[in-house]
Design a protein around this ligand. Structure first.
Ligand code: N01
Length: 498
């Protein structure tokens, strides 16, 4: 691994980020003999979100068998839903085995990337210097910038405070009075773990989530060995789970008849974990299941029922140096404030630093109408720029690795086209981006994400769902199976260049 290494002056492909997206891109570039590339990563290791989210209880709510690259299967998952250390170990091992780590520059932040139309190059300013690139690929991820709540006084809190994605492992929570803000996927994993040792825990719930049972189990030794050694067995598991999950999209988004019994299962999960009818009512959601991400846990509700845990639903008015004040005027004293309030998703910080033609940032380009990208990957006004996990590529029901691999294949085919046709720049036609985006929104409107009666981070400030992919993942893969040059404005390569 490299850290603080001086950068080359120029590379053909510069990749930002070393999570699943950046790593997968690097491996596939190397395999395709496109070896003139570099990956710049702000952290000190590969892993992305799985490197950063180390909070107690961090685990995946997508089955393990779906959570690896198709070209680098993990033959040795220990359980059906993996925990963070095992996933992070898999990612690191995959990078090592692929022999790509010498192409990674760690501890280096991309500060600015500007397209130079005359030179047909991106000029990328990083904390370690400037590098130019013919092609810029962002693998910066949608869940990489922790979002802090805009609550009066939060910066004046005198105790310990940290975001769920920036856990302070040096701080011992034993016996402390802890407040956690948020009840999303992160919080419901943290609460059962810390409730075991803290003195008192206040869980600030603004909106109760739907939480289904978590069908997690350790693989018995025989099953684990069979998955590892019996030819084809792991593939069979993966295929069966994959197809099961693909039915979730139509089931949860369009068919209330299917969603209703599922909601009943979630209600039974509440009843199983909580005996007190008042607390049951407090944690029962008032919107349709699927409107927000469906969560899974067997331990969340029992933790809320513990005598040292309170669920607080009064609106937080302000934070003082010593506690949290709610709208009813009550101040609850706190030693430690944990903010599990999610990530900047529809206003991604990196969008303010990527400047296409005429110096226009991605954030400017998206400003009026919201995030949009052709096939979730390319944006007009941003030649030779590809975004992995771009707008409308997120999934709630299955593994993001499927989307990431489809996008990587698309970028590789674009690179082949650029080389074969000696192109200097490719950029999606504005009408293609507009058509794609309109199609996304048309498909979204009848779904539970719009009709389910909730506010969620899936929706942007205009009320559009610009984050999720509304169709099956095999459809996404099909649509991105080859680079469709007709949808692009192509510019010949400058003659001054080789
Ligand atoms: O964040 P979230 P997360 N005052 O945005 C509340 C992935 N993930 O980190 O619902 C009070 O979902 C907010 O309330 P409300 C997964 O994609 C995956 O938990 O907006 N409360 C909500 O309860 C997930 O969806 C895994 O009313 C405030 C919470 O904070 C995504 O990461 C595990 C508030 C934020 O929930 C994000 O999950 C963990 C305020 N001012 C995460 N602001 C896997 O297993 C926000 N909230 C793969």
């Amino acid at each position: 691994m490299t850290s603080g290494t001086s950068l080359p002056e120029h590379v053909k492909v510069l990749v930002v980020g070393a999570g699943f997206a950046g790593l997968g891109m690097a491996i596939k570039l190397q395999e395709s003999a496109q070896t003139d590339f570099l990956v710049v990563e702000k952290g000190s290791d590969v892993g992305g979100t799985w490197r950063d989210n180390t909070y107690p209880g961090a685990a995946c709510d997508v089955p393990s068998q779906l959570y690896s690259f198709s070209f680098a299967p993990n033959k040795d998952w220990s359980r059906s839903f993996s925990q963070q250390p095992e996933i992070q170990a898999y990612i690191r091992r995959t990078a090592e085995r692929a022999g790509v780590l010498d192409r990674f520059v760690f501890d280096t932040t991309v500060e600015d990337a500007a397209y130079d139309e005359a030179d047909q190059r991106w000029s990328v300013t990083t904390s370690a210097g400037t590098v130019t690139a013919d092609v810029l690929v962002s693998g910066a991820g949608g869940l990489s910038s922790p979002k802090l709540p805009d609550i009066e006084g939060i910066e004046d809190f005198a105790g310990e405070t940290f975001h769920s994605a920036r856990w302070n492992h040096d701080y011992d929570l034993t016996g402390k009075r802890v407040a956690i803000i948020g009840t999303g996927a992160s919080s419901i994993q943290i609460v059962p773990e810390i409730a075991k040792t803290v003195g008192h825990l206040d869980v600030y719930q603004r909106t109760a989530p739907w939480v289904m049972p978590r069908h997690d189990r350790t693989y018995p030794a025989l099953e684990r060995a069979a998955l590892k050694y019996v030819p084809g067995l792991q593939k069979l598991y993966r295929t069966a789970i994959y197809w099961g999950r693909e039915t979730y999209v139509p089931a949860f988004t369009w068919k209330p008849a299917i969603a209703r019994p599922v909601q009943e299962i979630a209600k039974a999960n509440i009843a199983k974990g909580i005996a007190d009818p008042e607390l049951r009512a407090t944690v029962t959601p008032d919107f349709k299941i699927g409107c927000k991400r469906i969560l899974i846990s067997n331990t969340y509700y029992p933790a809320l029922a513990q005598s040292n845990v309170d669920v607080v639903t009064d609106r937080i008015e302000r934070i003082t140096p010593t506690g949290v004040v709610t709208a009813d005027g009550t101040e609850r004293p706190v030693d430690v404030l944990i903010v599990a309030t999610g990530f900047s998703i529809t206003d991604q910080p990196i969008a303010h630093h990527i400047k296409g033609r005429d110096g226009r940032t991605l954030a400017d380009a998206w400003g009026e109408a919201g995030m949009r990208a052709y096939k979730g990957t390319t944006v007009s006004g941003f030649p030779n720029f590809f975004q992995i996990v771009g707008p409308n590529t997120g999934l709630g029901h299955t593994s993001m690795v499927f989307v990431i691999e489809a996008q990587i294949a698309y970028v590789l085919d674009a690179l082949r086209t650029i080389d074969a046709r000696r192109l200097g720049a490719v950029e999606p036609r504005p009408e293609k981006v507009a058509e794609w985006s309109a199609d996304m929104q048309r498909r979204m409107k009848p779904t539970v994400w719009h009709t389910g009666g909730c506010a969620s981070w899936y929706l942007d400030e205009h009320g559009n769902n610009t984050t999720l992919w509304p169709r099956a993942t095999f459809t996404f893969r099909r649509l991105l199976s080859s680079f469709d040059e007709d949808a692009y404005v192509t510019t010949p390569r400058n003659t001054k260049e080789n």
